[in-house]
Write a protein of this length. Structure first.
Lengths: 377, 433
């Protein structure tokens, strides 16, 4: 097997029928990683994912900056989902410092987080479309994503790297007439994503290709520790917004969809259904949100945590995203550890790709809802 | 974003143009004309106005342009013009260029984009030229382990085969075809048979993994779709009683074969999508799986040549569809007739009278034929391009399943329909229609 030799050098030693393909990191269908795939004819014999090309040491960097300085760089692993990746960090720091978040800020956090989830899923969906050779499905989500990006820019001042959540609330309040603007855009966005069914999800060629590709059973999904859309596509109803409500999610009605098939098609459909759910949550939150009030607790400069440790997790676009912070009574955290959904979904890739056809590789790979940069951190 | 250089001055621009004109004039008079005159003594010149042209006589065409008309006539009727310009490769390449532009703009509109926009000011009409210049200026990189002669030859062979295919397509009545042979349809399939060979040769000679997989995929795909492609036109051959493409077109003066053989037309259309490696059948170039398939190792103008060849091939297949199923150039006369007195008496400009009689460009029937042919061909090309915006890529096992099980069965059904029409005495030789 692949363990005796360094990766990429086993070709000569193996059976002549088997060809090793280095898919990535310069392959158009790999992302920032490498898949060492061995094929026998058109069938994949083994797959060895090799992440780590974009490791930036975000966790180590966090040990040299104080709790506020950590905000802009901790969101870098997934800039498309930057609100959600900061969410557990902010929740954790709030618990460490004993901060109470104002109610309006909680609702605005929910709205920003759901908007950001939609932005992330649209980007993910665009790449899923082009991986299957569907160029229209690449352009449409990438274009419709701009609606929400513009909205987030109006709220936070930045298009993708928002740095909007801070310990103790949010950075700044929303502009005037935000409710109307948000409602209008979200309604239009929902109308747009409904059209994806006709061109993509009901497409007979897509269904014939992705139905039954890379089936992950319910037991395997739990055993391998997958999360998010991969887990819910295998029939496990697990959504942290419902199971462990944080911030204002406890007062909102959250329905996350579950499919039973566990194949590539179901895994690709769950995020799309999630976007409708996000629109519902945003509309609910806009109704229940207090119309005025403070959005941020005043912090001391250079706040210090106690001798304590805390673990918080939220539901991100790729599943549960946890942040473990250890504090040793200093302005800087002693240790910050991100437990990301991407890496946990990556683990099942070798199991799913074994015995699959080479043509199914992109369909299975990207349906896992795995973001290489986030997995490397 | 700005297309104008930051230090742009109109005076500099005009000055640079004048500089260029100056040097062109100097070089042309001092070098070009002497070289032209000297070389004319070594080449045989055509007969003009029933006397042999001489270099001195050629010079007089500068003073009297009407003397160029007989020369033009002899050029238009020469084989060289037919092969290179019309109805051969030049015409096909022009339509292929139009196809690329239409494809980009149409796909962009479908995907809510603008498409090429800046190049050439008007809707990016010169984008193709810019891309071509870019490809020409790029370095050609050959893989170290490649089998170099075959690798070099593959793009050229691909274009040459596509051009050979074009030469068999009749464009208008009255013999406007490069090679009018009795077994035209058979020759078409003989030429098509070269494409998988060239693809596999180029893929194998690159000595690289992704091209190899792409080449094998292309081989599987082309061979399994050639059979339904050939079987689906058998019905037309049965009903027409001829393999000559011109005769097949002439047999459709009253009705098109697509009316009687719609199943054959559908099978043929799907098979040409697969032969052309267009979405949803673009597996040999599947980007997310095997980089660019058998085109992976091509760089610079080698890649450009393969692209040119594949678009010329696209035109040729669309034209073949028109010839076989849509009645070729047949259509109502819509082109206005040329004023007769000009044809008879010529145009008088001052002391010179230009006699235009005999130029095929004034032939009303021929221009009408070409117009209908181009309109139909562009329509078919449009339908071939459309799936690219709508469908994802299909998988190889599903593709082969479609080819071997469904399309071959359907094409046999089509043959039985044709035989039924023939034996019922409806169509074919001696039929009532």
């Amino acid at each position: 097997m692949a363990t005796q030799l360094p990766p990429g050098l086993q070709l000569e030693k193996l059976d002549e029928r088997i060809m090793t393909l280095n898919v990535g990191p310069q392959h158009p269908g790999s992302g920032h990683m490498r898949l060492i795939i061995k094929v026998d004819g058109d069938y994949i014999v083994s797959c060895d994912p090799d992440p780590g090309y974009v490791h930036r040491g975000e966790e180590k960097m966090a040990e040299y900056r104080n709790y506020i300085q950590n905000i802009p760089h901790l969101e870098r692993p997934v800039i498309h989902d930057s609100c959600n990746i900061l969410y557990p960090y902010c929740l954790g720091v709030e618990e460490l410092l004993g901060l109470e978040v104002p109610e309006r800020a909680q609702y605005l956090r929910v709205i920003a987080s759901e908007l950001n989830r939609c932005v992330y899923i649209q980007y993910w969906l665009a790449i899923y479309g082009i991986f299957l050779g569907h160029s229209t499905m690449f352009m449409w989500p990438a274009g419709d994503r701009e609606l929400l990006i513009d909205l987030l820019e109006k709220i936070t001042g930045a298009r993708v790297t928002h740095a909007y959540f801070v310990p103790g609330g949010i950075r700044n309040d929303v502009p005037a007439n935000f409710e109307d603007m948000c409602l209008k855009r979200v309604n239009y966005f929902e109308k747009r994503i409904k059209e994806y069914a006709a061109i993509f999800y009901d497409n007979p060629i897509l269904i014939s290709r992705t139905r039954g590709a890379g089936v992950l059973s319910r037991e395997d999904a739990i055993r391998l520790g997958t999360t998010g859309s991969t887990l819910r596509a295998s029939g496990v109803d697990f959504d942290l917004r419902k199971k462990e409500p944080y911030d204002a999610y406890g007062e909102l009605d959250v329905h996350s969809d579950v499919l039973k098939d566990g194949d590539s098609y179901a895994r690709s459909k769950i995020p799309w259904l999630d976007m409708f759910e996000s629109c519902n949550i945003i509309r609910q939150a806009l109704q229940k949100m207090p119309k005025s009030g403070s959005v941020r607790v005043k912090l001391k400069p250079n706040p210090k945590g106690g001798n304590d440790e805390v673990y918080k997790r939220v539901e991100s676009g790729r599943g549960s995203l946890g942040c473990y912070i250890v504090s040793r009574s200093k302005p800087e955290p002693y240790r910050v550890k991100l437990s990301v959904g991407s890496f946990r979904n990556l683990i099942c890739m070798p199991y799913l790709l074994k015995g699959e056809k080479l043509g199914n590789m992109p369909a299975v790979y990207w349906s896992l809802n795995y973001w290489p940069v986030e997995a490397d951190r | 974003m700005s297309a104008i250089a930051p230090k742009f001055r109109l005076s500099y621009f005009i000055k640079s143009i004048l500089d260029n004109v100056f040097w062109i004039v100097i070089l042309f008079t001092l070098v070009g004309i002497p070289v032209l005159m000297v070389s004319m003594f070594y080449f045989p010149l055509p007969v003009m106005n029933e006397k042999l042209t001489s270099p001195y006589l050629m010079l007089t065409t500068l003073a009297d342009p009407s003397r160029q008309i007989p020369l033009l006539k002899s050029v238009i009727h020469s084989d060289f013009f037919r092969i290179t310009a019309f109805p051969g490769f030049g015409f096909a390449a022009l339509l292929a260029a139009a196809t690329i532009f239409i494809e980009r703009k149409m796909l962009a509109k479908l995907q809510l984009r603008v498409g090429p926009f800046y190049c050439g000011k008007v809707e990016g009409i010169l984008q193709l030229m810019a891309d071509g210049l870019k490809l020409i200026s790029k370095e050609i990189i050959i893989p170290a382990k490649a089998d170099k002669p075959i690798f070099w030859a593959a793009p050229v062979l691909f274009v040459a085969t596509a051009a050979a295919f074009v030469s068999l397509i009749p464009v208008a009545g009255g013999g406007w075809v490069v090679a009018d042979i009795d077994v035209g349809l058979l020759a078409v399939f003989a030429v098509i048979g070269f494409f998988p060979i060239i693809t596999v040769l180029s893929a194998w000679s690159a000595n690289s993994k992704y091209p190899f997989i792409g080449g094998i995929r292309a081989l599987h795909q082309m061979i399994s779709f050639e059979i339904p492609l050939i079987l689906s036109v058998l019905g037309i051959v049965i009903l027409t009683g001829s393999l000559n493409l011109t005769e097949i077109v002439q047999s459709q003066i009253h009705y098109w074969w697509i009316v009687f053989l719609p199943i054959g037309a559908i099978v043929f259309f799907i098979a040409i999508l697969a032969e052309l490696e267009r979405i949803p059948f673009d597996l040999p170039e599947a980007e997310s799986e095997i980089v660019a398939g058998w085109l992976t190792e091509f760089s610079g103008m080698m890649y450009g040549l393969v692209q040119l060849g594949s678009y010329v091939k696209l035109y040729a297949f669309a034209a073949l569809f028109v010839v076989l199923f849509l009645g070729g150039w047949n259509g109502p006369m819509v082109w206005p007739p040329f004023p007769e007195e000009i044809i008879k008496d010529g145009i008088t400009m001052g002391p010179i009278t230009v006699h235009l009689a005999g130029l095929p460009l004034l032939d009303q029937q021929m221009i009408n034929d070409v117009l209908w042919f181009v309109i139909k061909t562009m329509g078919v090309i449009f339908v071939i391009l459309l799936p690219r915006g709508v469908f994802p890529r299909i998988r190889i096992d599903l593709l082969l399943h479609i080819g071997w099980y469904k399309l071959i069965g359907l094409s046999f059904v089509n043959i039985f329909i044709a035989l039924g029409l023939l034996y019922a005495g409806v169509l074919g030789p001696g039929g009532i229609l």
